[in-house]
Design a protein around this ligand. Structure first.
Ligand code: UD1
Length: 392
């Protein structure tokens, strides 16, 4: 239980307004142990999501909430671009040396296909910005980081379910940025093992939304990923008469690709567990092969669902009569990505208990309550601007 004696720990979340991070912020605020600072340039997110998260947190406060509890629901939301070193330094300077307990680094570009077309943009945004963030963190004695990685680091994995010991061999530039960032963070932990500690979380396929329907996924333009696309089809945002299924000739039970979908609220709680595992009482690093305090965990359910099974689940949730046609394979797709989640369960206490019916129901609840997502144009931070702080 939160105690009035323990001051709030400041945690900075990058990409705070995005789909995953908004749910992570909720998970942090729910504990009333953290003061959340968000950084976002709103490239692919809407500032309204942060107002909504803060609202959920305020609504969840007990009647006898203390002043500190109330303070824990206020987000320091900075409009700021991670590639702009001065802007990021300004944010850290605002809180001073040792003023931020830890960072959850989620901001990144994430479209696999696009990353092959504009690799330099991906390396600059995902790798360059991470290096600069780590340098500024070090300057300000902020040396705990939870990193948002992806199952895509495994490429086509030799063993399913995939254990974390699997070699990393990403196929796309996007996947390679995740491998590079993990490598860089591990090297930083090796160089200064008494200062740095880091956990990398390899997400499988996040799905669903917070059950309130106040926050959810609001992709920029036409969704490329399966679930938001199915949801947009059912609400009429995309006019495609048929879903194009990318290949039915894979070595899987129904021939379509299999993925490990997990509820975004469960995924978000994994970040809280990881953050706590960076604390002084943690034993997760006891089994590290060297004295570098770095470890990676799979966050998945350990169950695979095929594309056709997902279409069927969304049909049940939405009542929409999806039609589909099978077309050729999508470049870069792998037949099966299913986590072995044993390590995260054993060492972090991570679980992803919510089932597919709940994921689809919550996705549809968000979509029907917000047929056009958060709506309105995104506020993008101009290059060279001073970061602006909004307390939400
Ligand atoms: C991909 C990336 C992942 C990235 C995520 C978010 C890989 C292996 N994974 O996940 O790293 O974080 O996107 O951008 O590159 N599908 C169709 N028709 C569609 C859309 C999707 O059949 O119109 C199929 C795909 O072939 C795939 C499944 O649905 O088998 C899920 O696709 P998607 O939602 O895009 O996620 P991933 O490709 O698994």
């Amino acid at each position: 239980m939160p105690s009035a004696q323990e001051p709030l720990k400041r945690v900075l979340v990058t990409g705070g307004a995005g789909y995953i991070a908004s749910h992570v912020i909720f998970a942090l605020q729910e504990t009333r142990r953290f003061k959340v600072i968000s950084i976002d340039n709103h490239h692919n997110s809407h500032p309204k999501s942060l107002q909504r998260v803060a609202q959920i947190a305020r609504d969840a406060l007990p009647p006898n909430a203390s002043e500190q509890d109330k303070e824990s629901t206020v987000i320091d939301a900075w409009t700021c671009d991670l590639r702009n070193r001065e802007q990021v330094r300004n944010v850290f300077e605002h809180y001073g040396k040792d003023g931020i307990w830890g960072v959850i680094h989620i901001a990144a570009y994430k479209a696999v296909g696009e990353s092959s077309e504009i690799p330099l943009t991906y390396y600059e945004n995902n790798v360059g910005a991470t290096i600069s963030l780590l340098q500024i963190m070090s300057e300000y004695d902020c040396t705990r980081i939870v990193y948002s990685s992806s199952a895509t680091v495994y490429g086509t994995p030799p063993i399913i379910p995939i254990p974390e010991t699997t070699r990393m061999k990403a196929d796309s530039p996007y996947g390679k940025t995740k491998v590079m960032d993990e490598t860089i963070i591990e090297d930083v932990c090796s160089a200064e093992p008494t200062r740095w500690s880091a956990l990398s979380l390899r997400y499988f396929n996040p799905a669903g939304a917070h059950p309130s329907g106040l926050i959810g996924e609001d992709p920029l333009g036409r969704p490329m990923n399966l679930l938001p696309l199915l949801s947009h089809m059912a609400i009429g945002l995309v006019k495609d008469s048929k879903l194009q299924v990318f290949g039915q000739d894979y070595p899987t039970p129904d021939g379509t690709c299999v993925r490990d979908y997990l509820h975004v609220v469960d995924l978000a709680k994994g970040h809280l567990l990881a953050l706590d595992a960076l604390g002084p009482d943690s034993h997760v690093f006891d089994t590290c092969p060297t004295n570098a305090r770095f470890k990676a965990y799979n966050l998945g359910k350990g169950h695979g669902m095929s594309v056709l099974e997902m279409v069927d689940a969304m049909r049940k949730a939405t009542g929409f009569d999806y039609k589909y046609e099978v077309i050729g394979r999508r470049h870069g797709d792998v037949p099966e990505l299913v986590a072995d989640p044993t390590l995260a369960r054993k060492e972090l206490g991570f679980n992803a208990p919510q089932d597919l019916v709940t994921m689809c129901r919550d996705l549809w609840n968000w979509q029907t309550k917000n047929p056009k997502g958060y709506g309105g144009p995104d506020e993008v931070v101009p290059a060279g601007a001073t970061p602006t702080l909004h307390q939400l």
